[in-house]
Write a protein that binds this ligand. Structure first.
Ligand code: NAD
Length: 344
């Protein structure tokens, strides 16, 4: 017999009604996430929703046929009523840029989609968590938090979980070490203004410079910078070749959901509300956070160099401009913003 957990953490966590996961947007990212989730056997129920219901039905049928070969999971195409009781609702609905459409018009269109989705989800499920992947993800997660009325801990953006994975993959290749043993984070916006927190990067507890010095490896600044640029620009390279990115983000979303469902207290870089880190406030961006059953259980504040802090603040101001822009505020710096959304 188990005794009830009366710790403050247990009392503050929202109740999880089931191991149901809802996915809104059954496109490339949503369907790949559902597949990754099914392979991990994490959920007992996966419900897919899409404005194109036939698409959700097709994906649900295809996934359900994998159940006898994977894990007992009920997979179906549903409606918003089925979000009730979901531990996490993952929002992957989005629109692509139309020819001639401005960045602001696309921002408004995607914010409209995410806003509609969030209102419907919260109406049926005020107790679950929201995990947003739709782009531009930091602004969409901020909007989702604002519109949902949920505590910020329970509204998470996938943020740089993807960029950090790309960064570690490339560093692992460069140093010929399992990337799971490379600890390094990409912080800030999921997009062009993101930064690599080089000063906190390590292998086996050794800062990268020490690791190179101890093992006779050349740790050339230019090589390191090229690795970061390949990380930051990976989406452009992939989209040019295959039109979309979805495997790594699908697994990234499954990893976040795993940390929530298992109350892992895992450190992952995701987009969360920042309130007072190096003077940054009222914006969603990525830093390492502790993820558990209540969502973001703790926002970590890594010690950064002055240069890294400057880049993080710059990234925060790019995101703040986007949020203001969405609200129709004018800014003299608006014209200086990058001309397109970074893809993923
Ligand atoms: P996609 O076009 O394949 O799928 C989008 C789906 O959303 C479509 O099936 C569409 O019917 C659905 N949809 C649109 N409006 C909807 C609404 N109001 N309600 C329900 N469903 C709706 O696109 P994708 O490649 O799966 O990308 C989806 C989103 O994820 C995009 O915004 C993309 O930029 C983003 N993305 C984010 C990351 C990341 O790291 N955060 C990575 C890759 C893609």
């Amino acid at each position: 017999m188990t005794t009830p957990d009366s710790s403050p953490r247990a009392q503050s966590s929202p109740p999880l009604h089931s191991m149901r996961i809802a996915v809104v947007g059954a496109g490339h990212v949503g369907a790949t996430f559902a597949y990754a989730l099914l392979l991990r056997g994490l959920a007992s129920e996966i419900v897919l929703l899409d404005a194109n219901h036939a698409r959700a039905e097709g994906e649900a049928m295809d996934l359900a046929h994998a159940v006898p070969l994977t894990h007992p999971t009920r997979v179906w195409a549903g409606d918003y009523g089925d979000c009730a009781g979901a531990a996490v609702t993952v929002i992957t609905a989005g629109a692509a840029q139309r020819p001639g459409e401005s960045r602001l018009a696309l921002l408004e269109r995607n914010a409209g989609i995410v806003g509609d989705v969030v209102r419907e989800v919260v109406r049926h499920n005020p107790a679950g968590l929201l995990l947003v992947a739709s782009n531009p993800v930091d602004v969409m997660a901020y909007e989702a938090w604002r519109l949902s009325g949920l505590p910020h801990e329970r509204v998470i953006g996938s943020g740089t979980i993807l960029d950090t994975a790309r960064f570690r993959a490339l560093l692992g290749q460069h140093f010929d070490v399992d990337p799971r043993n490379v600890h390094a984070y990409v912080l800030g916006e999921h997009g062009d203004s993101e930064l690599a927190a080089w000063s906190t990067a390590s292998i086996a507890g050794m800062p990268l410079d020490d690791y190179c010095a101890a093992h006779g490896i050349v740790c050339d600044r230019e090589d390191m910078e090229a690795i970061f640029e390949r990380t930051r620009d990976a989406a452009y390279a992939i989209i040019e070749r295959k039109g979309a990115t979805y495997y790594a983000i699908g697994v990234g979303l499954a990893r976040i959901v795993e940390a929530i469902l298992r109350d892992e207290r895992s450190v992952l870089s995701v987009s969360t509300l920042i309130d007072g880190y190096h003077g940054i406030r009222d914006v969603y961006l990525s830093v390492p956070v502790v993820i558990g059953r209540g969502g973001v259980e703790r926002v970590l504040r890594p010690t950064l160099t002055e240069g890294e802090v400057t880049l993080l603040r710059r990234s925060a101001s790019v995101l703040r401009e986007r949020i203001d822009e969405l609200r129709g505020m004018t800014s003299p710096e608006r014209d200086a913003l990058p001309s397109g959304f970074p893809p993923s």
